[in-house]
Design a protein around this ligand. Structure first.
Ligand code: NAP
Length: 308
């Protein structure tokens, strides 16, 4: 970790920037690849980690912008197979401003354009960018990936690390891993499914990989990832979750974590995936409040979580 510190970043160069949504979405999401060859970052990152980007300019207090962390979307061997090109999945933050401090005008609601996400998305091939990292030591693949099977669950851009992990497992330098891999990817509409075409192709080519897109605002079925897993428990997921080889990974919005823990508790599948602390008890799961769960229900050793 922290081979390159944000205070002393290295210069990377953008080598690819492509939209990664199909069709017309209201969002803009790009896959941005950065060449860091010749720097200390080259070859020193692992899939599941994040790297830092330092945008140019100053914040509203006149201080240089601070580092922003982005999940790696590439395998550990990079986009180039040599660990020289890292990548991430960037969604442009475009919103209405919400006052952050008491002394601000409380009805301020002007257009807010995220500093770093739009900087990264605007960069062109050949542009330089200051980068640091890597960061993160838990949300990783196991040392011997073949000893486990994987339930990867994402919401929105939380899919970024799985884009790297699944390509590493299925197409890595050590050949195809035969572990079972299930990807449950949540998005508002089908047009918001990120890397959808690549996952469809990988699923068609590999019998051990299944891709489950889940949309929350469809006219046909509105569903969250946790509810999708529950609805398909007996067809797809119960035996899989009961198998001691299985690891669960969650990445994306915070709310998905408590949603999944509730499903696991309801169906007697919590073993190894979650630790319930006093005053909550597993038996009392029906009456768990979400705020209490944040304090007292934690990921167990078979569950890896990166949520914001
Ligand atoms: P998005 O496109 O808005 O998609 C999020 C999806 O999750 C929507 O379908 C949403 O449904 C659904 N959802 C909302 N609440 C949920 C809940 N409680 N349980 C299950 N699903 C739920 O997402 P986004 O804008 O990309 O945001 C993704 C989030 O992931 C961001 O907060 C980002 O910071 C985080 N992230 C974290 C990491 C990391 O930790 N390394 C990496 C990448 C992204 P509705 O909107 O229809 O309710």
């Amino acid at each position: 970790m922290h081979v390159v510190r944000p205070k002393d970043p290295v210069v990377g160069r953008v080598v690819a920037s492509q939209p990664c949504l199909n069709g017309r979405s209201a969002s803009f999401v790009r896959h941005v690849a950065i060449d860091v060859s010749g720097t200390d970052l080259a070859g020193s990152f692992r899939v599941g980690q994040a790297f830092g980007v330092i945008p140019p300019g100053e914040d509203h207090r006149g201080k240089p912008h601070s580092v922003r962390l982005y999940s790696l979307a590439c395998p550990s061997h990079g986009e180039d197979g040599e660990g020289n090109v890292l990548s991430t999945t960037v969604k442009r933050v475009i919103d209405e401003y919400t006052p952050q401090e008491h002394d601000e005008e409380q009805d301020a609601h002007h257009l807010f354009v995220g500093v770093c996400s739009n900087y990264l998305c605007d960069l062109k091939i050949g542009d330089e960018v200051l980068v640091s990292g890597p960061a993160g030591k838990r949300f990783l693949l196991p040392a011997d990936p073949s000893r486990h099977d994987y339930l990867f669950i994402s919401t929105g851009t939380g899919i970024a690390p799985y884009y790297g992990m699944i390509r590493e497992l299925l197409q890595g330098p050590e050949g195809t891993c035969s572990s079972r891999i299930e990807l449950v990817a949540g998005a508002p509409y089908t047009t918001d499914l990120i890397y959808d075409d690549v996952f469809q192709e990988l699923a068609a080519a590999h019998d051990n990989f299944t891709y489950h897109p889940v949309v929350s605002r469809s006219d046909i079925r509105r569903e969250y990832v946790d509810r999708y897993i529950e609805r398909n428990l007996d067809d797809s997921f119960r035996d899989f979750l009961e198998d001691p080889r299985t690891l669960i990974y969650m990445c994306g919005l915070e709310g998905m974590e408590s949603g999944l823990y509730r499903v696991l508790a309801r169906h007697g599948l919590s073993d190894g995936y979650m630790d319930v602390r006093e005053p909550l008890t597993l038996e009392g799961h029906e009456s768990w409040e979400t705020a209490d769960m944040k304090r007292n229900v934690k990921a167990g050793p078979r569950c890896l979580v990166e949520v914001y």
